[in-house]
Write a protein that binds this ligand. Structure first.
Ligand code: HEC
Ligand code: HEC
Ligand code: HEC
Ligand code: HEC
Length: 183
């Protein structure tokens, strides 16, 4: 009997350890401006300016409008849109993570920002890591190969104002390539 108990305990701890390892490391958010420090120049491709001019950068502001509050109210929410988790989920970043991960310069007002799509950047933002794609990915950078699968995580009928738009057409409005890369 003792042996059996010991075996069960052993089995349980192994299972717990395996689960703990599966849990991906949580990275801190640094905010779009910090990415912009490097991704602003003509040479890099001005990703910051392209993003700043896009609707994604205004996604939080949108929640502050009368129109947004009306949508929230009509759906039965009692909080204004900008305080409704269901709206914040797609219009911002970081609202549903442990707040110790949110850096001092991170602004929820920046809406759908670099790290919303590319992953929290505290551990890949250093030049040495950034220059090595493999290292960057190991440290939290997210690269997408299939827009169809990625963009629909927010651009889908769960959005109260959803209108189906061709994903490539949408991508053309927000793409921000690195001009040094021949594709
Ligand atoms: C210290 C400067 C610096 C900072 C800060 C920085 N980057 Fe970079 N980033 C680079 C450089 C340099 C490259 C490599 C460009 C190249 O290959 O020509 C790069 C590459 C990238 C790539 C392309 C990776 C690939 O191989 O396709 C992405 C995406 C990216 N950065 C996103 C971000 C995001 C998001 C942030 C903020 C969380 C950020 N970067 C902060 C310098 C920086
Ligand atoms: C985290 C959620 C999220 C993801 C992921 C996302 N979007 Fe968006 N997107 C939004 C929100 C929210 C808006 C509305 C912003 C506003 O108008 O306030 C928006 C607006 C847009 C617009 C402007 C639409 C218009 O009416 O002019 C384009 C274009 C767009 N997104 C393209 C993309 C593409 C392409 C991808 C994938 C590479 C993508 N988005 C991924 C949340 C997201
Ligand atoms: C709506 C999601 C979204 C936002 C917001 C966003 N990106 Fe991207 N970004 C993508 C996608 C998708 C790609 C193309 C596939 C990939 O490299 O991940 C891309 C590509 C890149 C590349 C590589 C370009 C190349 O040609 O290799 C860089 C650098 C980059 N983004 C930086 C940034 C920075 C910096 C910000 C914020 C100022 C930002 N991105 C905001 C989705 C986004
Ligand atoms: C599943 C993701 C998602 C959720 C949840 C979501 N939105 Fe959005 N929202 C989007 C996207 C993507 C867009 C831009 C394209 C579209 O309208 O589908 C958008 C656009 C908007 C717009 C601008 C519409 C226009 O005509 O320019 C408003 C206003 C808005 N959302 C309010 C809200 C409110 C209020 C909530 C919460 C009740 C909410 N959204 C929840 C993804 C979402």
């Amino acid at each position: 009997m003792k042996k059996m108990q010991l075996f069960l305990i052993l089995l349980l701890t192994t299972a717990v350890c395996l689960f703990a390892q599966d849990e991906p490391k949580k990275h801190g958010f640094i905010g779009a401006e910090a990415c912009g420090m490097c991704h602003k120049t003509e040479k890099q491709g001005k990703q910051y300016d392209i993003w700043k001019a896009s609707k994604h950068a205004k996604a939080y502001e949108t929640l502050l409008t009368e129109e947004a509050n009306k949508i929230a109210k009509d759906l039965g929410f009692e909080t204004p849109a900008a305080k409704t988790p269901k709206c914040l989920k797609c219009h911002t970043s970081g609202s549903d993570v442990d707040q110790v991960l949110i850096g001092k310069k991170f602004k929820v007002e920046d809406g759908v920002q670099c790290e919303t799509c590319h992953g929290a950047g505290a551990d890949y933002k250093d030049m040495k890591v950034m220059k090595n794609r493999e290292e960057a990915v190991k440290n939290g950078l997210v690269i997408y190969s299939e827009l169809e699968k990625f963009c629909v995580t927010c651009h889908n009928p769960e959005s109260p104002t959803y209108i189906a738009v061709d994903v490539n057409e949408n991508w053309n409005k927000i793409k921000h390539p690195n001009p040094n890369k021949v594709k």
